[in-house]
Design a protein around this ligand. Structure first.
Ligand code: NDP
Length: 486
């Protein structure tokens, strides 16, 4: 495994130029596969946050972006997409090293970010209002206008992809944005800033500031100059964001945690269900809000499913994120691994049967925060491993008898983000899909995210829907205009 310090900007992107932070304090950025430092970035102070908000406010108020033709905004977004595509390998390798994700996945995510900008490049000219047949004699219509200054706060698990999900629709709608990446993974957000400038985005329309959530993030979330916050992260942080936003009545959209079900009926194509059960919980080392962490399996196939999932899990190739053959990399940090190990212990203590995994691999991987993916059989939906978001490679298999037995268990969770169900009975598939209280559900598939379709959660998994044209609602206000025809 190679480890070299990269030449990272220790500056902040504010008002179209790279500026020194007020303080010389920096954040150190590590490589989870080796534990070694790979970069240092600036630690933005509340004063730096003020400067970023002021720059965004100026950019918004003088309409240097919202005032240009939607088609011209679309062309700049297309330019950003092209800039990302031009640097796919470089960005993928940066993300793979910094987030510890397998290079093949990192490449897909970078391409996904480019596709996101391409989608919203087209969407810019499709943001429009409606004409409403009101009773009063006149013409009534709505305008969709940008919200203003938007703060975009993103997590470490899909750094560039989730930044794109927010930056692209926010800019398509004409807002001015401040992007704050997670402290573990700030590097590709800074690169996105460079790409946006090179694509011709006017100064101040996208500002990128790095720094800890507790200081930089909260200064941003509580800033009276911010009109809207779009946040992805933990449910507990989402609560803090709502509190910080409350005094200013700042608009908030939240994409939070999940505890997604994977429902396997006895008539399912078991081979596909097994393959997807493994990939949908161990992808990104389980650090995925959509991870299918609770596999509900109908009793007649529960034993066979458990054996096959355990066997496939044992064959998962852990390794260097930069190796094309690697299927699972390390967790984001040693601290995260310890947290996950606490759940492994809880699962054992509560009586679930550990079928495979849960150890720290040795040899070349001993240095990094690796953990063998773990499968628990004979779990119960009341156990902590089935209730709390672990955010690591742990699957709980829970047997069920029939739909009547299944549905209360599936919905007995504070979360409601995503899920899958596997059956050949179309009536049952649609019945269960409607009964599951999640924002996203896939039938005979584990795909949760489509660029063109809404994504988001019920219950404590969030507020609002990202992606597709639904995201435009998050970044626009509706103005009603009435014209008297008297
Ligand atoms: P966190 O909530 O810890 O952090 C997310 C972002 O918020 C980071 O940039 C963080 O900064 C910042 N932050 C932390 N505290 C505050 C605060 N008080 N005010 C403002 N900003 C703050 O989440 P993680 O980074 O640990 O990400 C993992 C979580 O994200 C999981 O729970 C996962 O389920 C969820 N997630 C949800 C998705 C969804 O779409 N529903 C998608 C992907 C992940 P810093 O890094 O400096 O702490």
């Amino acid at each position: 495994m190679m480890s070299t310090l990269i030449d990272s900007p220790t500056r902040l992107l504010i008002d179209g130029s790279w500026r020194d932070a007020e303080s010389e304090a920096v954040l150190e950025v590590f490589e989870p596969a080796t534990g070694e430092r790979m970069a240092t970035v600036a630690r933005a102070s509340p004063g730096d946050v003020d400067r970023a908000v002021e720059a965004a406010r100026r950019a918004f108020d003088d309409a240097r972006w919202s005032g240009v033709a939607a088609s011209a905004r679309g062309r700049v977004l297309a330019g950003i997409a092209a800039g990302i595509r031009h640097r796919v390998e470089e960005l993928a390798s940066l993300e793979a090293r910094n987030a510890g994700k397998p290079i093949r996945d990192a490449r897909d995510e970078v391409l996904g970010a480019a596709q996101c900008f391409e989608y919203y490049a087209g969407a810019a000219t499709r943001i429009f209002g409606e004409t409403i047949p009101v009773t009063a004699p006149g013409l009534d219509f709505t305008l969709r206008e940008p919200v203003g200054v938007v703060a975009l706060i993103v997590p470490w698990n899909f750094p560039l992809a989730i930044a794109a999900w927010k930056v692209a629709p926010a800019l398509a709608a004409g807002n001015a944005a401040i992007l704050k990446p997670a402290s573990y993974t700030p590097l590709t957000a800074l690169e996105l800033g460079k790409i946006a400038l090179a694509a011709g985005l006017p100064p101040g329309v996208l500002n990128v500031i790095t720094g800890p959530g507790a200081s930089t993030g909260s200064a941003l979330a509580g800033h009276p100059g911010v009109d809207k916050i779009a946040f992805t992260g933990e449910t507990a942080t989402g609560t803090a964001i709502l509190r910080q936003a409350a005094p200013n009545i700042t608009r908030v959209s939240l994409e939070l945690g999940g505890k997604s079900p994977n429902i396997v009926f006895a008539d399912a194509d078991l081979e596909r269900a097994v393959e997807n059960a493994v990939s949908s919980v161990f992808g990104n080392a389980g650090q995925d809000c959509c991870a299918r962490t609770r596999a509900f399996v109908q009793r007649p196939v529960a034993a066979e499913f458990s054996d096959r999932v355990a066997a496939r899990t044992r064959r998962l190739r852990l390794g260097d994120p930069l190796d094309e053959a690697t299927e699972m990399g390390p967790l984001i940090s040693l601290q995260q691994r310890e947290r996950v190990e606490g759940y492994l212990q809880a699962g054992r203590q509560e009586g679930a049967q550990l079928l495979t995994g849960g150890s720290r691999p040795g040899g070349a991987l001993a240095q990094g925060s690796y953990l063998e993916p773990a499968v628990f059989g004979r779990a119960d939906n009341r156990m902590r491993i089935a209730r709390e978001e672990i955010f690591g490679p742990v699957l709980a298999i829970i047997p069920f008898d029939d739909e009547a037995d299944l549905l209360p268990m599936v919905n007995d969770t504070p979360y409601g983000l995503s899920g899958s169900l596997w059956t050949r009975d179309i009536g049952r598939a649609l019945r269960v899909a409607r009964a599951v209280r999640t924002g996203v559900i896939s039938i005979n598939s584990s795909k949760s995210v489509h660029q063109e379709a809404p994504f988001g959660g019920y219950k404590r998994s969030g507020i609002g829907r990202e992606l597709g044209m639904h995201a435009i609602q998050l970044y626009t206000e509706v103005k009603n205009v009435f014209v008297s025809l008297d």
